[in-house]
Each structure stands twice: as C-alpha cells, then as structure tokens.
Design a protein around this ligand. Structure first.
Ligand code: ATP
Ligand code: MG
Length: 675
C-alpha cells in the first residue's frame, strides 16, 4: 500500500484561482462563493447553506477539481445519504472529467463501514464473514433474547421489541448510556431499566456469538476499530486523503466521530449541509452536529452560499416564511434571480378522494402544457398517505414510481427466502435459523428453540436436521438435505442459490400466503437482482444496507424514471428537485403528525420536514388538504390546514377550494375565506 504518498498538495490559496492547466472552466460554472469552496486548499471546510443553493453541485465540482489537480481518485471518499445519490454525483463528476472519476470511493457511511470492517475488522476480533441484521432482524433477535431471559413473561407492560430496538439504537447513535435514554425519553419504562440493561447485554452477546452485526454496530465497530488500532487507523486515514460529506445535517454524533478518526492524519474533510433541513432526529441525528463541526475540526473554514438556483421567488418566499418561525436556525435567507412564476397554490378538498382526483387532473393538465411526468412529484409525510392517490393515478393510466416506505426485501416472503441464503452464508445466524425453521409444518417456537440448540451443538448442522424425528421430521429433513446440497457446492453465486432455494421454498410459500401469485413477482425480482452479483456476501450486505424500493418491481431498466412521476415520502425526497411538486395531506394532524403534538422538538422537526418539501419545487407548487377526515389513531376529526401555514401571509399563496360540479371535481378561488 502506498503510504502517505500524494503527488500534489493543495495549498490554501482561494484568491489565486484555479491553475491554468485544469480541464474545466470552474469559474464559469459556479458563483464566487461556490468556487471558493471548490478550489479551497487543504484542511477542514464547512459549507453551510439553504436549500437549492448548490451544495451538492459544489461537492461534485470539488471532486472533479481534486482529480483535475492531480489527486489520485482512489484517495477521495464521498459519503452520501443513499447509494443512489453517490452514484448520481459520481456520474456527474464523470461527465465533467471522464473515466478518472470511476476510482473515487463513494457510498453511505454504513456501506463504507461494512467494507472497511470486512477488510480490517479482525484487529478488533470481528471475523469478515459476519451477517448484517436489518432493523426487522434486529428486533427479532431482541425478541429471541428476551424470551431466553424470560423477560417477556415478567410483565405485560414491558416495552415491545420495536421500542426496545429504538432505545438501543438511540443510545448507540448518540453515544449516551441506555439509562439516560430510557429516563429522558421513555420514562414510563424506567421501572424496567435493570431488565433492559440485562437485555442489551444479552443482545450484544448473541450478536457476537452468531457473527451478526446490526446497522448501528457497523458504525460503532468502525469507530472502535479506528480508536483502538493505531496502525489500522493510519492505514485507512492515509487511504482516504480527501473526505467529502453531503447532507451533513443528518449525521449523528457517532458518524461525526467516525469522520474525525478517518481524517486524523490529514484533516481534509469538506462537509456540506443545511441545519434547516435536518430531518433524521429519530435516528439520533442532530442539526447541532453541523454547528459543532468547527469545534471538532479546529481551523475549519466556513463557506456560505446564498443564491438559490432551484426555485422561483414566490416559492422561496413561502419557504422563507415557513422556516422563519423555527426556534433555532443558522442558515440565512435565500434569494434567487428567477423572479417570475406562479404563486404556490393551497387547495382545500372536501375529502381524500377529491384531493386525489384534483392531483390526477392537474398532472394531466401540466403534461398537456409540456411538463414531462418525470418533472413531477407528489410528496407526503407518511407512506400510507398516497394509497388513495395511487389508485386514482392508475385509473388515469398515469405511471408512477414510489419511493420511501415499505421496501420489498422487508416483505415476509422475500425475508423467508433470504433467511435460507443467510444460513448458508453464516450457519451461526440464529435469527435466520429461527425464521427458516418456523416455516416448516409442525414447528412452533418451542420446537424451533430445541432444533436450534441441537444445530449449535452438532458439528454438521445440516445432518443434525436430517436426523430429526416427530411430526416435523420430514420437513426438517428436507431442509437439511437442501441446505447440505448447497453448502457443498463450489458455485455460491447468488442467482444459483436463489434458484435452488426457490425450488425448496415454493411449496411452503404457497401454503403460507393466500395471495402468493401477487407475491411471486417479488421473488422473481429478487432473482433478477441476484443475477447482478458474483458473491453471496456482497449480495446479502447490499440488500440489508440499501434495499431497493417497494414499487421498483420491473423498473430496473436504464430509463426507469423516464416516463413516470415520482411519489415519495418527504424523507426520501431529500436533495432532489422537480418542476412541479404536490405536497398532499397538508392537514394538521397529518403534517405535522398528530404524534408530534406533545413535544416542541418534534414539532420543529416536522417544520423542517415541511421546509424540505416545499423547497423541492422549481416552478409549480401545490399544497393540498382534505377536510372532515376522521383519524382513527387519534380519534380526532382533521379539518384544519397545517399549523405551519398559520403565520404565512395570504398574499404568498393562491387559495382554492374544490367543488363538485355535475359529478366531476372542479375548483374555484376562495381568497375571501383566508383573509
Ligand atoms: P438541497 O439543499 O436541496 O440539497 P443543494 O444546496 O444541494 O440543495 P443543488 O441540488 O446542488 O443544491 O443545486 C440546486 C439546483 O441549482 C441544481 O439544479 C443545480 O444544478 C443548480 N445550480 C446550483 N448552482 C448553480 C450555478 N452556479 N449555476 C447554475 N446552476 C446552479
Ligand atoms: Mg443537496
């Protein structure tokens, strides 16, 4: 490995401008503030700016500039929130400077941690063959350990597995002890603190024993590796000599710490973000992280971008008015040169379906006017908010792709099939064994436990299965034979394994699920994905780390987004932009969600989420809300538009109410109602 060798060193000399030999005219593509960040010298840098001000663009040009200046691309690490965004950014770098960009290392924190731990984890006792638990698996393992410890029988009011997983995760991500999290945020469970701590230890021990690693562990263990092993830290740090991070406002303490260690030999870290768009507090992210960056990295140079290139002035006026009310914010007001454009429209609908019909109708109109479907998006607070609209769009033959919400690998049948692959990859994986065994006729939780105990003891788990007797004996034997035949073969290509296991699993699948014909498509889709992989371990890790979206089925062709509009949760719309954006269910109780009402901090997070939604629009923005909706969860009738619009001057919005006329929806202006 070439240690500490960099042929060129960037000097901090922003006022000199780029050297003449560069292949791109950076000054022509960027404004002065962006340019200063792009050509910044070595050392830590923070770009803090509002939505649409070119933060992501600045990072793309920065990567291009580094390569253009002679930095070896493999020394550049680009960390993003999703794999898709790092791919897109690197494609743009490729368009700017060509194939040299291919050697840049890009990905999410978790995927980079996964890669580094498999390579260097032995130094902290982590064998490379570990299996990654997704959140559902982690909860299942917690439930298993809870049962083993006899905690479930103790008290009916013991928290559920999902809540426990949330507590554990918060504790890891915020680097705070479990006791503190429970007392501060789950006070009603404080009486169970001892048991919860015992369970946490049991969960950790079970993961270690079974070579399992959950999402949080990836970061926790990477941090531990970097902290404990000086030589590994030096090696990794000098491998990634330039670290760039997009969407820094959504990182947490743990990630900040990982970056600090990664950069320990050079301090070349550039992060970009907007505190007003911090929307992942539930995962332990904090917008304060971005403000603390300069103290974590002494000598940080701060760049502020103020011109918005995305939206028209009327949209920015609304965005500014919404975020104006935030109790804590640091970024400045934005301006744009796109002065003209329609006012954002606020639409009141009599019922949910009227809202859906309005949107379908509007989409058709806009398409007539020449706005392509791919330039339109409908955003919502929670995935289920779009169900009615999905039916309406299908009725009009309007194709869409849905992002966020349920992932297809989280569906029960896909998890079933994958569990079989996972026991082949890691025969110690108790969660997957449990799932696989419970599918067999005659096996209940007790039997599954017994079989697992026998498997663990046996030198050959598959043969142990073949020797089982009783009501489930035949089923267990079939399983044993299938797995044994797979484990023995050379060809562990995922596509081959999925194929072989499907043969065993399909009869079970058909008895488990009444709607199996519909679910079959997902299994076919899994087969298609598997064909893209050579190795089982990479296949399983990728699926666990960044599962494809639910409705991506059949959408894997290169031009998959070409003729479809996007339906997306606000969380999954981060960083993106469209000509026309609809935000639906802008009703108080849905957005902000009724569950956030009690806590100021949560309301603030919902406000930022609303800010993120409206700042996705370039030119057309529609906010819609139905009235007289009975909300089953809260028992309330929801009728009022979002409270975030209360302080917004009526002059900033065009206000309409839908009327049913002759059986079809129509709309008219209702300005007078809101004055
Ligand atoms: P967000 O906060 O939503 O992540 P951002 O700050 O990352 O936004 P970008 O997505 O990089 O902003 O840029 C928004 C839009 O403005 C993009 O279409 C981008 O190409 C365009 N843009 C940014 N800067 C410039 C510029 N100097 N000249 C022309 N277009 C620009
Ligand atoms: Mg961005």
């Amino acid at each position: 490995m070439n240690r500490d060798i960099t042929p060129y060193v960037l000097k901090r000399s922003p006022d000199q401008g780029p050297a003449p030999a560069l292949s791109i005219d950076y000054a022509a593509a960027l404004n002065a503030q962006q340019l200063a960040a792009v050509i910044a010298g070595e050392g830590p840098a923070l770009v803090i700016a509002g939505a649409g001000s070119g933060k992501t663009r600045t990072l793309v040009y920065r990567v291009a500039y580094l390569i253009d200046s002679g930095i070896d691309p493999s020394h550049i690490l680009l960390l993003t929130f999703t794999r898709k965004s790092s791919q897109e950014m690197l494609e743009r770098v490729g368009e700017l400077i060509g194939v040299r960009s291919e050697r840049v290392r890009g990905g999410t924190f978790h995927s980079v941690a996964n890669m580094l731990l498999r390579r260097y984890g032995r130094a902290i006792g982590l064998e490379p063959g570990f299996t990654i638990l997704d959140r559902g698996d982690a909860e299942d393992l917690i439930a298993l350990v809870r049962a083993q410890l006899g905690l479930h029988e103790k008290d009916k009011r013991f928290p559920r597995k999902g809540t426990i997983a949330e507590m554990f995760s918060k504790s890891e991500n915020t680097l705070r002890p479990l006791a503190e999290i429970v007392v501060e945020e789950f006070d009603h469970f404080s009486g169970h603190l001892d048991a919860l701590e015992q369970l946490q230890q049991g969960y950790q021990a079970a993961k270690r024993r079974d070579k399992l690693v959950d999402y949080d562990d990836l970061l926790v263990l990477l941090r531990q590796l970097l902290m404990e092993d000086e030589s590994v830290r030096r090696t990794i740090s000098s491998l990634y000599r330039y670290i760039l991070v997009d969407e820094y406002q959504d990182t947490n303490r743990l990630q900040a710490d990982v970056i600090r260690h990664l950069a320990s030999t050079h301090q070349n870290v550039m992060v970009v973000g907007d505190d007003s768009q911090s929307i992942y507090a539930f995962r332990g992210a904090t917008f304060k992280n971005i403000m603390e960056f300069p103290s974590l990295f002494p000598g940080t140079v701060i760049y502020k971008l103020e011109e918005n290139y995305r939206s028209t002035q009327p949209i920015l006026n609304l965005a500014n008015a919404i975020i104006e009310e935030a109790t804590e914010k640091y970024t400045k007001r934005l301006f744009t040169r796109k002065l003209d454009g329609p006012l954002p429209t606020l639409v009141e609908a009599g019922a949910e379906n009227a809202q859906s019909r309005f949107i379908a109708q509007k989409i058709l109109e806009l398409r007539e006017e020449g706005v392509p479907l791919s330039e339109m998006a409908v955003l919502f607070r929670s995935s289920f908010h779009s169900f009615d609209l999905e039916i309406e769009l299908s009725r009009h033959g309007l194709p869409f792709i849905k992002r966020g919400g349920g992932k297809f690998v989280e569906t029960a049948h896909v998890k079933d099939l994958l569990a079989h692959l996972r026991v082949v990859a890691n025969p110690l994986d108790a969660v997957s064994w449990h799932r696989v065994l419970m599918l067999i006729e005659g096996v209940g939780p007790k039997k599954a436990q017994d079989v697992m105990a026998a498997i663990v003891k046996s030198p050959n788990p598959y043969q142990a299965l073949c020797g089982m007797t009783g009501r489930s004996g035949k089923g267990l034997k079939d399983l044993g034979l299938t797995l044994e035949s797979l484990a023995g073969i050379e060809d562990l290509r995922p596509a081959h394994l999925v194929n072989q296991i499907s043969e065993y699993y399909l009869p079970i699948f058909k008895t488990q699920y009444d709607d199996y014909p519909k679910r079959m498509r997902d299994l076919d889709h899994l087969q298609t994905i598997a064909e893209r992989y050579q190795g089982l371990e990479t296949f399983l890790s990728d699926l666990a780390l960044e599962p494809p979206d639910g409705n991506a089925i059949g959408g894997e062709t290169p031009d998959r987004d070409a003729e479809r509009l996007v339906l997306s949760t606000v969380h999954s719309a981060k960083g993106l932009e469209w000509q026309c954006v609809f935000v639906i269910w802008i009703v108080d109780g849905r957005f902000p969600s009724v569950y956030s009402f009690g806590e100021d901090e949560e309301i603030e997070e919902e406000r930022r989420l609303f800010y993120v939604s409206v700042t996705r629009a370039k030119r057309h923005l529609y906010l819609t809300y139905p009235i007289n909706v009975f909300d089953r969860g809260s028992g309330m009738v929801l009728s009022k538009p979002s409270r975030f619009l209360d302080p917004v001057s009526p002059a900033l919005l065009d206000q309409l109410a839908l009327m049913e006329e002759g059986g079809r929806a129509d709309w008219y202006s209702r300005d007078d109602r809101y004055v």
